[in-house]
Design a protein. Structure first.
Ligand code: NDP
Length: 330
């Protein structure tokens, strides 16, 4: 393979602005690391949307190749855990933020950040899952640890038609949960039912001013939205239930009270994917192979090339992306 490869590069322009261009780079341009990967697929997550558009300070080193996830094949390695030809996947660890990321034909990274692509998953499927989907799995694992089992009652997924939400709906339904999907896009109702949602509720039903406690409705929840939505979900969670919070698509605040925690024993579980330890990642991927149907992965995926990344970045921030966007690096 040629040493030259395409990449999306984000550079500082003026004091606060940034410019985005597609460039051709060589291996010498990459940052330090002990493994070089020929990247075949990446993906556009919400955070990538922020990085490419500059709408939030995700990029903390300039210039930067964004892309917080990639899948590919090891080309060379000084790390004993990886050898040329190994199929690998990377999610997070500051890649695409402080270290050159996945929107490029090659990446040089620390082997400690990589995991082997599990059997039964292609690179494109791993990227259809991406950080969004692997975070959804971390949320499901968090609910299981709190003993939120399917027999306890319905679970709610907020931001359901987005990346985290689509994967969470799919996994939870496969596991036998009754899934209530909250979306601001009623036109995606059929899509969400196809992924396994039993009931679709409008986003507005959960975004009003929250009361400390409301009627007990959900055994648990996966929340990608935050703000009043998370506060409402907490106030509607049944006695002893749990909510896994991973996102802020609706805002970073949380206008709630201690009432759900001290009167109903509700648990709020924070979920971070970026620095999650390797063992938890391997567990999450093993479960994704088992609990996420290939047909559902395909149903939630749109494929683009590197030249489509900028438009997809703007669309994901505008809430226009359904499911997951995979970038075929070629
Ligand atoms: P997407 O944009 O794909 O999905 C977000 C969804 O949230 C949208 O599709 C929309 O769903 C809903 N939404 C958007 N804006 C609002 C709003 N103003 N009020 C209520 N709902 C809204 O993003 P991802 O799924 O990739 O990420 C979701 C969130 O999770 C983001 O905040 C992201 O930063 C966070 N995240 C956190 C991770 C972690 O490690 N903690 C890892 C990955 C993501 P609908 O149209 O169905 O209403």
């Amino acid at each position: 393979m040629s040493d030259r490869f395409p990449a999306i590069l984000v550079s500082r322009e003026g004091e606060k602005g940034q410019k985005v261009e597609q460039v051709t780079l060589g291996l010498d341009d990459l940052m330090d690391g002990d493994v070089v990967v020929a990247v075949d697929h990446s993906t556009v997550n919400y955070k990538d949307g922020l990085a490419v558009t500059g709408k939030a300070p995700v990029v903390r080193r300039w210039p930067m190749i964004p892309g917080i996830d990639f899948a590919g094949t090891v080309e060379s390695s000084d790390n004993p855990d990886f050898k040329p030809g190994d199929k690998v996947v990377l999610n997070g660890w500051g890649v695409g933020e402080t270290h050159y990321g996945g929107f490029a034909g090659k990446a040089r990274v620390k082997g400690d950040w990589l995991i082997h692509l599990p059997d039964g998953l292609s690179g494109a499927e791993a990227m259809a899952i991406g950080t969004a989907g692997y975070t959804a799995m971390l949320c499901v694992l968090a609910l299981e640890r709190q003993d939120v089992t399917p027999d306890k009652g319905p679970v709610v997924v907020t931001g359901a038609a987005g990346g985290v939400g689509s994967v969470a709906v799919s996994i939870l339904s496969k596991l036998g949960y009754e899934v209530v999907a909250s979306t601001g896009r009623p036109e995606e109702a059929e899509y969400l039912k196809g992924l396994g949602a039993s009931e679709i509720i409008p986003r507005d039903e959960l975004s009003g001013d929250p009361r400390p406690l409301s009627k007990e409705r959900f055994a648990g929840g996966v929340d990608a939205v935050g703000s009043k939505t998370l506060a409402n979900v907490l106030s509607m969670t049944k006695y002893g239930g749990a909510v896994a919070a991973c996102g802020l698509a609706g805002g970073m605040d949380l206008p709630t009270s201690v009432a759900p925690f001290i009167l109903r024993g509700v648990s709020l579980i924070g979920v971070d994917s970026v620095m999650a330890p390797k063992a938890r990642r391997i567990e999450a991927y093993a479960r994704l192979v088992r609990d996420l149907d290939h047909a559902k992965i395909a149903a939630m995926t749109t494929m683009i090339g590197l030249d489509g990344v900028q438009a997809a970045a703007a669309d994901i921030l505008a809430g226009k992306i359904r499911g997951r966007v995979v970038v075929n690096i070629g």
